[in-house]
Ligand binder design. Structure first.
Ligand SMILES: CCCCCCCC/C=C\CCCCCCCC(=O)N[C@@H](CO)[C@H](O)/C=C/CCCCCCCCCCCCC
Ligand SMILES: [Ca+2]
Ligand SMILES: [Zn+2]
Length: 266
């Protein structure tokens, strides 16, 4: 057991120099940038509360679990332990599973699935199997997770093809652009480390942490907004940005201009 908790017991080691700034923290900047999850998650919990209250309080689990993703990510980069790696990757997998169960559009369900409860059970089964398989070849886990990201983007493209809502389209492009920037940093840190070491700039993985949490905030709000338009149309959902709609950068959230509760569709 102590083996998997030991410092540097993971096969992964990111580009940032180890123990450069602290003898107890393997990758200082990567650890500190994981704390960004603690900043964004409570804000998103607060901003999405009106939508969650109307639609399903389980929506709050997404950003509660993202706090754990940040915690496990910080623990992983602090220790580079195998336990840290698995906690980091499996917590991401379970957040993605939860997002699928909550928000994947009914009209994109496989034909043999008739309702969200059955779909959620299928997602649960896939998540459990993926969790167990992740111990077979742990170095492949990150690539499997990135494949889920590609499927999310593909599903978003299907949804946006029929969307004429300019605010939703802008949010979609912003989310995709942030993801492209984030994944470029992740790949560059993974495969271009010798170049970045020559340039004395080994912080790309830390920058990935900051960009991916914002991309997740954008993408999850967009999917929740499309879901709200379909499932609770009487609540007249709209999109706004915090702290101000007029700022170039802000966190998106859903405003509900109507209120009466009626029967949900799925
Ligand atoms: C219908 C589904 C809607 C889904 C909405 C999006 C839900 C967001 C879910 C997860 C958030 C990702 C959190 C990333 C944590 C990063 C921690 C980390 O750096 N881990 C690395 C090791 O330190 C590890 O190597 C990373 C592995 C890859 C993770 C891939 C995450 C995919 C995130 C998907 C984000 C969607 C963005 C879509 C943009 C249009
Ligand atoms: Ca390192
Ligand atoms: Zn990381």
């Amino acid at each position: 057991m102590t083996g998997v908790l030991a410092y540097e017991s993971s096969e992964l080691d990111w580009c940032e120099d180890n123990y450069k700034h602290s003898e107890h923290i393997a990758e200082y900047f990567n650890t500190m940038s994981s704390l960004f999850f603690f900043v964004i998650s409570p804000i998103m919990l607060y901003l999405l509360h009106p939508y969650a209250r109307e639609r399903n309080l389980a929506v709050h689990l997404v950003w509660i679990m993202m706090i754990f993703v940040g915690l496990f990510s910080a623990y992983f980069h602090m220790t580079l332990s195998f336990m840290g790696q698995m906690l980091d990757e499996l917590s991401i997998l379970w957040v993605i599973g939860l997002c699928y169960a909550l928000w994947f559009p009914c009209r994109l369900f496989p034909s043999f699935i008739k309702d969200r409860t059955t779909f959620s059970r299928l997602v649960m089964a896939v998540t459990v199997v993926t969790t167990l398989s992740s111990f077979v070849k742990p170095t492949a886990n990150a690539y499997v997770l990135n494949c889920f990201a590609l499927h999310i983007i593909y599903s978003l493209c299907l949804e946006m093809r029929v969307c004429t809502d300019q605010k939703a389209l802008r949010l979609c492009w912003s989310a995709v652009a942030l993801w492209v920037l984030a994944i470029s940093c992740w790949i560059s840190d993974r495969f271009g480390c010798s170049l970045w070491q020559k340039l004395n700039f080994c912080y790309l993985h830390g920058i990935w942490h900051i960009l991916i949490v914002i991309a997740a905030a954008y993408a999850s709000t967009l999917i929740a907004y499309l879901d709200a338009k379909y499932e609770i149309p009487y609540a007249l959902p709209g999109l706004q940005y915090w702290p101000s709609d007029n700022w170039l950068f802000g966190l998106p959230y859903i405003v509900l201009k109507g209120s009466t509760k009626t029967q949900k569709r799925c």
